[in-house]
Design a protein around this ligand. Structure first.
Ligand code: ASP
Length: 438
């Protein structure tokens, strides 16, 4: 049977039905338990299947990507551009967040009594975040660099949290492969090329289940969501973050249009399944395999570029997260009646940029790193309790933006090194019109 609906529509329908199911079942006493026992596990299986292939994908894709370059100078050129553009978009995102939060001032709408109530209700829930953040704070300034080089790749590859170490190993291995005679490295290269193809095919197969997976994930999120009253109290704060995130999406489409001449429709059509999955899973790492597939097959980024730019982006480029951290930190300061001067706000740009680089690509990681930003600006940690209730929906949205940013930057880098071609859909999925502006 030929499926007619494009993938992003099928995922959207799955999401809408999941929300509906969650809303209906929330009305029954047994509803929450039913969803947790009988629906949520399917969402977990779906996320696990995606995470399962994240590390093998990074290994195979990066080794293939780097060795395909055949030349170290090409690698350093692409590396320099990747890091440069990632940093630029992140600094842009934090600045937009700061501008909006100073303009809208969502913190001033929080009354003293709401603040006290929220701090006492949620202080317990935020303890683990503070504890993790404290451990990170106690480490020396060069710790992240030190952590990059693992002493055991097999140990690193056993946790999705160690992606940067796996990335380092894969790039290093790829460089080794370039430097040995072609004849000697041929078998290894063929192995990783084939391995990469298999992993991408596995992504196709997992995506067949995506509409059902997101259905289960969203039904569970809805039945477990806190009461709507809390959302109202934090309405202005959430609106500020959402406006900022929408501005970022507009900026990406504009950058893509200006530098690659691909229309916003082309870009959004291509990337949307990855955005929707990022929204449903709150994890850029779990979404990475799909981002990779969309960018190469639907946006025309050649594999050599995508397999280098995207794994790095999924781990260090989190524009949505950095924007959220800036808004959240200043919002909490406002709610506590603190005035942050200009130089402190400039410092927030630097700390939020670094904090987003340091955030793991998993749900809730942005909130852990936010503690560092708040610590720098002297904002009381107890304030975390203020934003806790709406963190999950905002995490879903910021993860979508993180992934969109990775996709957009991969197109820009690819264009700049002559590796942006035409889409070549390899699976059963769908055929998007190219809409390329000449
Ligand atoms: N969940 C986000 C991601 O995986 C990180 C965060 O902001 O918490 O991209």
């Amino acid at each position: 049977m030929k499926l007619k609906l494009a993938l992003h529509w099928r995922i959207l329908i799955g999401m809408a039905l999941g929300v509906l199911m969650g809303l209906i079942l929330s009305n029954f006493d047994w509803g929450k338990g039913f969803v947790q026992d009988w629906i949520k596990p399917f969402g977990k299986i779906f996320i696990n299947a995606l995470k399962l292939i994240a590390i093998p994908l990074i290994l195979a894709a990066l080794i293939k990507g780097v060795s395909d370059l055949k030349d170290i100078s090409k690698l350093s050129k692409m590396g320099g551009r990747t890091i440069g553009i990632y940093l630029t978009t992140t600094i842009m995102a934090v600045s937009i967040g700061l501008f909006l939060v100073n303009l809208i001032k969502p913190g001033s709408s929080i009354s003293e009594s709401t603040r006290t109530e929220m701090v006492s209700n949620y202080s317990q829930s935020t303890e683990t975040y503070k504890e993790t953040a404290k451990q990170q704070k106690e480490a020396g300034p060069l710790k992240p660099l030190e952590d990059l080089v693992t002493d055991n790749i097999f140990a690193s590859a056993t946790s999705n949290r160690n992606m940067l170490q796996v990335i380092f190993f894969a790039i290093f291995f790829g460089i080794g492969l370039i430097l040995i005679p072609e004849e000697t490295g041929r078998t290894v290269k063929h192995f990783f090329d084939g391995f990469n193809e298999v992993i991408l095919k596995m992504v196709d197969l997992i995506m067949l289940a995506a509409p059902y997976g997101v259905f289960a994930l969203l039904a569970a999120i809805v039945v477990e969501a806190p009461s709507a009253d809390l959302f109202k109290a934090l309405g202005w704060y959430s609106t500020t973050v959402v406006i900022g995130l929408l501005v970022m999406i507009a900026i990406y489409t504009l950058l893509v249009f200006i530098f690659t001449k691909r229309t916003p429709r082309f870009f959004i059509n291509g990337i949307s399944p990855a955005q929707l999955l990022a929204f449903s899973t709150s994890s850029s790492a779990a979404t990475l395999p799909v981002t990779m597939e969309r960018v190469t097959e639907h946006l025309g980024v050649e594999e050599e570029a995508a397999s280098f730019v995207l794994p790095i982006g999924a781990t260090i480029n989190m524009d949505g997260t950095s924007l959220y951290q800036a808004v959240a930190a200043v919002f909490i300061a406002q709610a506590f009646g603190m005035d942050l001067d200009f130089s402190t706000q400039l410092g927030i740009i630097a700390t939020a940029t670094l904090a987003s680089i340091g955030s793991a690509a998993v749900p809730g990681a942005g909130m852990v790193m936010l503690v560092g930003v708040m610590g720098y600006a002297g904002i009381p940690e107890a304030g975390l309790a203020l934003i806790f209730a709406v963190d999950r929906p905002l995490d879903m949205l910021r993860t979508s933006v993180n992934v969109t940013g990775d996709g957009a930057v991969s197109m820009l880098v690819a264009k700049s090194v002559g590796k942006l071609g035409e889409p070549h859909v390899k699976n059963w999925d769908d055929n998007y019109p190219l809409n390329k502006v000449e």
